[in-house]
Design a protein. Structure first.
Length: 538
């Protein structure tokens, strides 16, 4: 049998993430007793000649010159023509369907992502579907490359805000602005807190790049407004501060900033128009922060589970998923090579342990229980090839034992109360699961541990059970109804990617970074070696 692997994968196409900021001016007013309530939706033209909606901004009430705070982040491929369409609508009810007859079309603009990137900022007229101008409406698109993915969590309140009407209080909201080459650019807008001069806004998260280009000393402008239903919001006051100054919040006491209204500064008895309190400003650690900070992504103990059950077919039969071709490969070997070469890069130690399932218990593929480790992917492949002639395929296919096995190691790591280790179980199977209830129960229990499960399905079986375990649309529940605390399962059908190992590896690991980072953030665990993380993250 051949022991070498398939040719090394070619490098993936270069991809850059680009953030698009949208604003409009002079939109058509489609409402009789108020102004239009605009939203902008972004569409991508697919190879199937379909306009696919990538996302939409927030809806801004009563505004013909909206500056949207919600950004679009899209993948930019230099070598590909990516047609985009920006469609602006006046939203008149709660329906999400833009084709709802109550929603008024305010105009659209089509271009390629390449045109936006090459111009960086472009302002163009909005057009109706018949290509006639949509009144005097224009759209401005500003593009920035996403090079800094760090984000910060904010908890903000205020006290003693000026009231702008004699009777009643005020309805305050905040806008955060970044200083750019073209002036002050809206970075974030809070919700409105009604009838309250001492508001507490809902905590929010914002990227450091959007707020200050990642420069902690760069000034940030914060405006406090009193909200009016007709859109003519009145400025209460403004202050400027750097993120470095805001980051002091939460250490011992809130960071407080006085709001000033320039029109009142001339008054001799004027003190301020209120105080904005940054009650908490904390950098959110990213996946890369945890890796650079010493967290070990552990593909070591029990990392690869291979399905040796009878449903795969007798290995000597060409129809078997374990049948070894004259070239020395089968689907299991291809999957091991393709995925293993990626995951071993993140191993904290060189050897990989490989476990297989037979009936209701596990056995090491190298038949050495005292040392069930293999030297890298080559060792895994060699152990698999030597093991295959010696085993008799049987049933049933039980996934819960291997999940419980790895959960033990993850539970021990969690008790250390450090973001030092994270475990990943890779299961390669034909998809026929016999202990579905026990597997669901084991996954739900594992969801509160530093652990993820990646399932690669080989063959052409019905993988609906695997997709159910993946549960992208909702959290998985155990048979008793208990919900998982988070989604820890990623399922990938091997045959969909068998001709593109790069795409397979990317799909396999697509959800892992967020699963790692979100777990440690939920437990408020910082990277264990903070000296490896930039000072600005503290």
């Amino acid at each position: 049998m051949a022991t070498g692997g398939p040719p090394a994968p070619s490098p993936p196409n270069l991809v850059t993430k680009v953030e698009l900021t949208i604003s409009c001016e002079n939109l058509m007013d489609m409402d009789f007793f108020s102004k239009s309530d605009p939203v902008c939706a972004l569409f991508l033209y697919t190879p199937d000649s379909i306009w696919y909606e990538l996302g939409r901004t927030e809806t801004i009430q009563n505004c013909l010159n909206p500056k949207f705070s919600k950004k679009f982040v899209v993948d930019y491929y230099f070598e590909t023509v990516q047609r985009l369409k920006f469609s602006v609508y006046d939203i008149d009810n709660d329906s999400h369907d833009l084709n709802d007859c109550d929603h008024d079309f305010l105009g659209e603009f089509e271009c390629t992502l390449g045109q936006i990137v090459s111009n960086r900022q472009m302002t163009q007229p909005l057009l109706l579907t018949n290509k006639e101008p949509a009144g005097r409406g224009t759209i401005t698109i500003f593009a920035e490359e996403v090079t800094d993915t760090r984000v910060a969590n904010f908890e903000v309140s205020a006290r003693g805000l000026d009231k702008k009407v004699i009777l009643g209080s005020c309805d305050p909201f905040l806008e955060f602005y970044k200083k750019s080459e073209s002036g002050w650019q809206l970075a974030h807008r809070t919700e409105v807190v009604h009838n309250n001069r001492n508001p507490v806004w809902i905590p929010f998260c914002i990227t450091l790049r959007s707020l200050c280009d990642g420069d902690l000393e760069k000034p940030i402008k914060v405006k406090c407004y009193d909200h009016y239903v007709n859109g003519s919001h009145e400025l209460i006051g403004t202050f400027k501060a750097s993120l470095a100054e805001m980051l002091h919040a939460g250490c011992t006491f809130p960071a407080e900033f006085q709001c000033f209204n320039e029109q009142k500064l001339r008054k001799g008895n004027y003190k301020n128009s209120g105080v904005i309190c940054i009650r908490r400003c904390q950098k959110v650690y990213s996946f890369l922060d945890y890796i650079l900070g010493g967290c070990q992504i552990n593909f070591t103990v029990g990392s690869i589970a291979i399905d040796f059950t009878q449903s795969n077919g007798v290995p000597s039969s060409p129809n078997s998923l374990h049948y070894t071709s004259p070239e020395g490969f089968n689907e299991y070997l291809h999957a091991i090579w393709a995925v293993g070469h990626v995951v071993q890069d993140y191993n904290s130690s060189a050897p990989l342990c490989i476990s297989s399932q037979q009936v209701s218990h596990m056995f090491p593929v190298n038949f050495n229980p005292s040392d069930p480790f293999c030297a890298g992917i080559e060792g895994v492949v060699q152990a698999y090839q030597q093991c295959l002639p010696c085993v008799e395929l049987w049933g049933p296919t039980n996934l819960s034992p291997i999940i419980k096995h790895v959960s033990c190691f993850a539970r021990q790591a969690l008790h250390q109360n450090l973001a030092a280790e994270y475990f990943v179980l890779l299961i390669i199977t034909d998809g026929i699961v016999s202990d579905m209830d026990q597997t669901r129960r084991a996954i739900v229990k594992a969801s509160h541990l530093p652990m993820s499960i990646i399932i690669v399905g080989v063959g052409a079986a019905d993988f609906r059970a695997m997709e159910f375990l993946d549960s992208d649309d909702h959290l998985l529940r155990s048979p008793s109804g208990k919900a998982a605390t988070r989604d820890i399962v990623q399922f990938v059908p091997f045959r969909k990617f068998q001709d593109n190992r790069v795409a397979l590896a990317q799909s396999v690991l697509a959800e892992l970074p967020d699963q790692v980072a979100s777990f440690f953030r939920a437990y408020k665990l910082k990277p264990p070696n903070l000296t490896d993380v930039p000072e600005t993250t503290q």
